[in-house]
Write a protein that binds this ligand. Structure first.
Ligand code: COA
Ligand code: MG
Length: 286
């Protein structure tokens, strides 16, 4: 799938130590998978999980889903072996945790030694201060927000409105947009609370994220809905484009739709919405 239009509405973490989950993911309607070797895997399960993941990737069957592997931090006893085992295992990207600076990315890029895209966990206060630099690194293709780690390091409280995280969330989106790469929101921990997930996903969408990281299959449908263009957004986009074309043809500069002006920049946004809707519609028909 084309990297520029590939959707990332639902990005599901799968602990590589869970054989059943590795198997189940081949059927789940998520846009991307983060196969996790890091926090979701206990220390004494790390080596076996790595081998199971390499085998699962080799077997394949993950279809259109983007396959992203979260390795252990490079200074841990597993990090370097993770890179060695995974660099040619058929993943679409390697996700690096505990990044603070751009040179952390350089280190992984040197180890990978090819053009494998790198994604970065944005989960430390220092990484947020360096967000622009990290996102601008030529090998970095996506930022994943680590809200649990950020909350821990900030010493802030988990609030429904996520006000304590707002500066970090906005900085991450801004850095990703400045570098034209993907931005994924953090997880919603109460995985059986569908309403809470929808509210937080909507907030993430409003902020500009491309999608949300998820911890349980029950969250996929909600994220897919929250990060897709709505029927009324699609309808408005079509009407904006039509009205703009009419006003251009008649020599008027500015069109008005539903009492709101439509300028070139609105048409650009409208076309983006239609392109995204088109990709999702085509995916459903496959
Ligand atoms: N990916 C794929 N499949 C998953 C899954 C996941 N993240 N989480 C659960 N499943 C599967 C289970 O294997 C089970 O499959 P089955 O019924 O076909 O056998 C089904 O979904 C239902 O699971 P359920 O019993 O409701 O959940 P659980 O109690 O087994 O697990 C968690 C709950 C939270 C422990 C589990 O979802 C999990 O490990 N999530 C990932 C956590 C993680 O990666 N954290 C790191 C990033 S924050
Ligand atoms: Mg983390």
């Amino acid at each position: 799938m084309d990297a520029a239009t590939r959707p990332y509405r639902s990005v599901l973490y799968i602990p590589a130590s869970k054989e059943r989950a590795l198997e189940k993911a081949r059927e789940l309607p998520c846009d991307a998978i983060i196969f996790d070797l890091e926090d979701a895997v206990a220390p004494d399960a790390k080596v076996a999980a790595r081998a199971a993941l390499v085998a699962a990737l080799k077997t394949g069957g993950y279809g259109r889903r983007a396959r992203i592997v979260r390795i252990n931090a490079l200074m841990t006893e597993w990090g370097l072996d993770d890179v060695r085992a995974l660099k040619n295992a058929g993943a679409d990207a390697i996700l690096l945790p505990k990044v603070n600076t751009r040179s952390d990315v350089d280190y992984l890029a040197d180890l990978l030694g090819d053009d494998m895209p790198i994604w970065v966990m944005m989960e430390t206060p220092v990484s947020v201060f360096n967000a622009r630099d990290i996102a601008a690194h030529g090998r970095v293709a996506g930022l994943v927000t680590g809200t649990n780690d950020l909350t821990k390091d900030l010493g802030s409280r988990s609030c429904t409105d996520r006000l304590p995280l707002m500066m970090a969330l906005q900085t991450i989106v801004m850095a990703a947009r400045a570098a034209r790469i993907v931005a994924i929101d953090g997880v919603y921990n109460r995985f059986r609370d569908g309403e809470g997930l929808m509210a937080e996903s909507k907030q993430g969408r409003d902020l500009g994220f491309d999608g949300k990281t998820l911890i349980h299959p029950a969250q996929i449908e909600g994220a897919n809905r929250a990060f897709a263009p709505t029927a009324s957004e699609i309808d408005l986009a079509r009407r904006q484009i039509a009205a703009h074309e009419t006003s251009q043809a008649s020599g008027e500069g500015v069109a008005v739709v539903d009492g709101t002006i439509v300028e070139n920049l609105h048409v650009v946004a409208a076309r983006r919405i239609l392109a995204k809707a088109q990709v999702l519609a085509e995916m459903e028909n496959v």
